[in-house]
Structure formats: structure tokens, C-alpha cells
Ligand binder design. Structure first.
Ligand SMILES: Cc1ncc(COP(=O)(O)O)c(C=O)c1O
Length: 424
């Protein structure tokens, strides 16, 4: 459990009393435990034993330099979905030969960047449509390069097997992601015919926050089946990438651990007798979510008849998941919990009804400050300045101390920027 109460009942993360952070940091503020994140990566890598593999951290989950650097130091690569994320990964020390680039609609300049990095390009641009194969072929030709690519396939997993929220299920027939299973033979032929492209991998990613391995394994089996087909057609494949999506416990329980997904994918690989290929996985959430919290001050209660809201200074612009996916993040007091508790509906200041963090058991006398737990993934990276709100600063903890933090971006800048817009 990354957040713990110390002997006096104060909430801690990475050995730091979170209430103490508020002496130097305004709220809302994200705080992350870098030790917990690196331990998570170390633990996951043990599930591969000595087999060739890559844990390509999905940078979209949390792109903070300190986090990407910490994971790179554990031998992780990166899965990026934009040119900007690619630059973060490179800047944080992930070597180009450990970076894969996914995404259904990449710009020409982003593809050029991926092909040209270090004169060699990244490990693989993951192509997601027949049309993209033609585009990257033309770009590689115009640059006079041979680009390494993999094909991300949509394995067409039955929607009901994808036991997750519809917005984060990507491996079914209606999803925009990946080359359809029915088009894969054509896609393989097109890449293999190109003198400017080298097919190095087959990839799938069927969704996020899975709490069982069923859909993951089903997709992995299809990926290995297609890898076999690619080999039979003459491809010199190096890897199969079975994607991310490992679920975490947001408080409702999660019977599987990240290692279970890796072990299940390895079994699918052995069954396909393709052990000589490297196995890649692309976890984001599972490495970082539980090791980050969003800290908020309580602004005031609002009591109206039987309705009791606790209004905090963090909103849906800081943590969008509840509004976007009906996600539930536990909200707990930073201070010792004493006296009677009751159920409060915790809500933020943003002018939207969906700016609502749900019902939580908290002291009847409202605490000064709270933490929204498990906010390390898809928190800050989805934040916006909606309603002219500031982007929350981030505090990075290591060895029981604050190692670094980012500065608050004052609202005045936003006001000036909006007033200037269109004037130049
Ligand atoms: C292509 C790809 N890989 C990996 C991930 C990471 O997923 P998760 O954070 O659930 O592990 C995503 C997330 O949407 C993704 O789109």
C-alpha cells in the first residue's frame, strides 16, 4: 500500500508526511514516490526471468521527466504516442533503440522525427493502418532511410471479453486503433514489399485497467499467430508486443498483479513456439498510478437538507478520470482520523456537474486537506486549464525526502495569453 498512516495517524507517501508538504506547496498539487515507481518496474521485470524482453513504459500515463528518467534507469524503454512524448523519452535518457511509437494518426513531422533520431531512428514505429504504411514508406523514401516498423493489429477481441470501461477498450472491431485482423495479411505484404521499411515486430494493445488476464491473453495469442504468419512470409521479426492495460486496485480490489499479465503472455508465446522473439509489454498505469496522489485543501462544506458536499480546491481539470470514465479515486484525510465520520460528496470548483469525485467517508468535522489516491497515472497528463485554472505543480519524493518539484504556473499568465490571443 503506497500511502500509509504513520504512528500518529498522518497520511504518508514514500515516507513523507503529506500534510507537511503543504507548508511549502499550494494546492492542488500532485506528489509522487519515485522509489515506489522504480520498485514497481523492478518487480515487473522479474516476471520475464532471463527471457529477452522490453518493458516499454507508456509515457502517456505520466510524462514527468523525473518519472521517465527513474524508469529508464531500471532498463525500461518507452511507448510514446506523439512527437512531444518521443522528445520527453529521449530527453529523459531512454535510448532510441528502446522506444516504440504507437498512435492512430501521426503527423508527417512526427514520423520524420522518429525515423531520423540519432541517424538510426527508434526501435519501431507501430503502424496502425494500411494508409499509414503508404505514408511512412513515402517519408522514409524521401529521407533516403530504411525505417524499422511494427504493425499494431486490432485483434478483434469480443467486446464482452474486454472487461473494462468502453472508453478504454481498444481491441474490438469498432475501435479506431490498429490494423484490422482481416487486413493483416495485406499489411504484412505491403511492408515486406517496401525497400524502405523493415518489419521488426507485431503489436497489440487491447485496452486499459483490465482486472483479469482473459482479454490480454486472447489478444496475445492472435499476435503470436500473426507473428508466425509474418515469419512464413519471410519477415525477420525481433519482437511481439502484447501491449499495456494491467489493472490496479482503485479500492474495489484487483485480483491480478502486473506480473500475472506477463506470465500469461509468456505462456501464449511458449504455446506458439516463438520463444526466440523478444516479448514487449507497454504498461503505463500499473507502474505509476498507485505511487501518486493529488493533494487538495478543503475550501468549505456545503450542506443543504440531506445533501452534504465537501468542496475542495482540486477539480476535474486536475484529475479528469472521474468525469471522463466514471472512475472512483478514494479521498482520505491527510490528518489523523478522529471522531465521527460521515458520507460526504466530494466536489471541485469547476463549473460542470461532472466535477464530482463521488461519495467518501470522511470526518464529520471536515479535515483541512485531503488526498485523492492512485492519481499517478492519467492525472497530470490529462490536466487542462479549463475555467482559467492553473496546472497543478508536481512534487517528486525519493528516499523519504522531496527530491524536486515543479513551479506553479500562475493564472496571470493565462489571463495575459487569452487577452493577447488574436491581437498579433
Ligand atoms: C498503445 C498503448 N500502449 C500502452 C498503453 C498503456 O495502457 P495502461 O496505462 O493501461 O497500461 C496505452 C494506453 O492507452 C496505449 O494506448
Amino acid at each position: 500500500m503506497p500511502t500509509l498512516r504513520d504512528e500518529n495517524g498522518f497520511l504518508t507517501l514514500g515516507g513523507v508526511r503529506l500534510i507537511d508538504l503543504l507548508a511549502d506547496h499550494s494546492t492542488p498539487t500532485y506528489a509522487y514516490d519515485l522509489d515506489g515507481i522504480t520498485a514497481e518496474a523492478r518487480d515487473l521485470r522479474t516476471a520475464f526471468d532471463d527471457a529477452p524482453h522490453l518493458v516499454a513504459y507508456a509515457v502517456k500515463a505520466n510524462s514527468a521527466g523525473a518519472i521517465v528518467r527513474s524508469l529508464a534507469s531500471q532498463g525500461c524503454g518507452a511507448d510514446v504516442v506523439s512527437g512531444a512524448e518521443l522528445q520527453v523519452a529521449l530527453g529523459a535518457g531512454v535510448p532510441p533503440h528502446r522506444i516504440v511509437y504507437s498512435g492512430v494518426a501521426k503527423r508527417d513531422d512526427e514520423l520524420r522525427l522518429a525515423l531520423r533520431v540519432d541517424g538510426q531512428g527508434i526501435l519501431a514505429v507501430q503502424l496502425e493502418s494500411l494508409e499509414e504504411i503508404a505514408r511512412i514508406d513515402a517519408i522514409a523514401r524521401s529521407l533516403g532511410l530504411r525505417g524499422q516498423v511494427s504493425i499494431r493489429m486490432n485483434p478483434s477481441v469480443d467486446f464482452d471479453t474486454l472487461d473494462t470501461h468502453a472508453f478504454i477498450a481498444t481491441g474490438h472491431d469498432e475501435a479506431k486503433f490498429g490494423v484490422a485482423r482481416a487486413d493483416m495479411s495485406d499489411a504484412l505484404d505491403r511492408v515486406l514489399r517496401s525497400s524502405c521499411l523493415e518489419l521488426v515486430g507485431i503489436a497489440v494493445h487491447v485496452g486499459s485497467q483490465f482486472t483479469s488476464t482473459a482479454a490480454y491473453v486472447e489478444a496475445a495469442r492472435v499476435a503470436f499467430e500473426v507473428a508466425r504468419e509474418a515469419r512464413n512470409k519471410g519477415a525477420s521479426l525481433r519482437f511481439v508486443d502484447t501491449g499495456g492495460g494491467f489493472g490496479i486496485d482503485y479500492g474495489q480490489g484487483c485480483p491480478v498483479r502486473p506480473c500475472d499479465f506477463v506470465r500469461a503472455a509468456r505462456q501464449a508465446q511458449r504455446d506458439a513456439q516463438l520463444d526466440d522473439l523478444a516479448l514487449f509489454v507497454e504498461p503505463g498505469r500499473a507502474l505509476v498510478a498507485a505511487h501518486g496522489v493529488l493533494l487538495a485543501r478543503v475550501l468549505q462544506p456545503k450542506v443543504s437538507g440531506a445533501r452534504r458536499w465537501l468542496l475542495v480546491d482540486a477539480g476535474m481539470n486536475d484529475l479528469l478520470r472521474p468525469a471522463l470514465y466514471q472512475a472512483h479515486h478514494r479521498v482520505v484525510s491527510l490528518e489523523p482520523v478522529e471522531g465521527p465520520q460521515e458520507t460526504w460528496r466530494v466536489a471541485g470548483p469547476v463549473c460542470e456537474s461532472s466535477d464530482d469525485f463521488g461519495m467518501h467517508s470522511l470526518p464529520s468535522v471536515p479535515p483541512r486537506a485531503v488526498a485523492l489516491l492512485d492519481a499517478g497515472a492519467y492525472g497530470y497528463t490529462m490536466a487542462s486549464r479549463y475555467n482559467g485554472r492553473e496546472l497543478a505543480p508536481e512534487v517528486f519524493l525519493r528516499g523519504g525526502l522531496v527530491e524536486s518539484s515543479t513551479a506553479r504556473q500562475p493564472t496571470e499568465h493565462w489571463v495575459e495569453e487569452r487577452l493577447r490571443a488574436g491581437l498579433l
